[in-house]
Design a protein around this ligand. Structure first.
Ligand code: IMP
Length: 213
C-alpha cells in the first residue's frame, strides 16, 4: 500500500481552517500545520479497510496489534476502531516500547525493547508505529520479533514516513506494508507524536519550530 506524498506546503482540508492557528499553549513553538485532521481520519480509515481486506483474503480471524509506545497510541486506537468498522478481524492489543540511544538527535543504532512479549510466538503480528525516520528502530524491532520472539510473521503499519532520512542499507530491506503519509525531512508533532513530551494531544500533525525548544 503506497503512501500519500505530503508536499512542503502540507495537506490541509478547508474544513480544518481552525487547526492552522496553534492552540495558545503552543503558540511560537509550532511553525505550521502539515496534515489536518480530516486528511488523517480519511487515511486511517483507508488503511483499516486495506488491513480488513488482506485479513479476509488469508482467512485470518484474529490479528495481534503491537502498538509502539508512546507515539503510536493515538493512531493505534483510531486504527483499531476503523478496522472494526470495516468488519475486519478480531483484534488483540499489545504494547511495546522501543527507544534508540544516541546523543541528541544522532542515533548510535542501539535500540532498547521493553514490554511483555509472550504473545508474539507463532502469531501474525501487525506493528503499529507513528513515524519511521532512519528506519533503525523498526528494522531492529522487526528482526527481534521474528528471530528472538519467534513471531510467525510481522507486518508494519506506519502513519508517517520520512523516506529522505532512511539509512541507505534499509531502503530496500525495510518495507512498510501499510503506509500513511510520506513527509519531507521536518520535525513534526501531534496525533500522538511528541516534541519533548508535548503536543501529543493535537488532532493534526504540525511542524515544530525547533528554535523554540
Ligand atoms: P528511527 O529509528 O530513526 O526510524 O526513529 C523512529 C523514532 O524516532 C520514532 O518512533 C519517533 O519516536 C522518533 N521520531 C523520528 N522523527 C520524529 C519526528 O519528526 N517527530 C517526533 N518523533 C520523531
Amino acid at each position: 500500500m503506497k503512501a500519500i506524498i505530503v508536499p512542503e506546503q502540507g495537506l490541509i482540508h478547508s474544513c480544518d481552517r481552525a487547526e492552522i492557528r496553534p492552540p495558545p499553549a503552543y503558540r511560537g513553538r509550532i511553525e505550521r500545520l502539515l496534515i489536518s485532521s480530516t486528511h488523517i481520519r480519511a487515511r486511517v480509515a483507508r488503511i483499516a479497510r486495506e488491513i480488513a481486506v488482506d485479513a479476509a483474503r488469508v482467512n485470518a480471524d484474529q490479528l495481534h496489534l503491537v502498538v509502539v509506545l508512546k507515539g503510536a497510541t493515538v493512531f493505534g486506537a483510531d486504527l483499531a476502531r476503523e478496522i472494526s468498522r470495516a468488519r475486519g478481524p478480531e483484534l488483540r492489543f499489545n504494547f511495546i516500547k522501543a527507544s534508540s540511544y544516541g546523543n541528541g538527535t544522532v542515533t548510535r543504532g542501539e535500540v532498547k525493547i521493553e514490554g511483555s512479549l509472550q504473545y508474539a510466538r507463532g502469531r501474525h503480528l501487525l506493528v503499529v508505529e507513528d513515524i519511521i525516520d532512519t528506519g533503525l528502530t523498526m528494522a531492529r524491532l522487526k528482526r527481534y520479533l521474528l528471530r528472538e520472539r519467534k513471531a510467525a510473521s510481522v507486518k508494519i503499519c506506519a502513519l508517517l514516513n520520512k523516506p529522505d532520512r532512511r539509512l541507505p542499507r534499509l531502503r530496500k530491506e525495510l518495507a512498510i506494508d501499510y503506509a500513511g503519509f510520506d513527509i519531507p525531512d521536518l520535525f513534526v508533532a501531534g496525533y500522538g507524536l511528541d516534541c519533548a513530551e508535548q503536543m501529543r494531544e493535537l488532532p493534526c500533525v504540525v511542524v515544530v519550530n525547533d528554535r523554540a525548544f
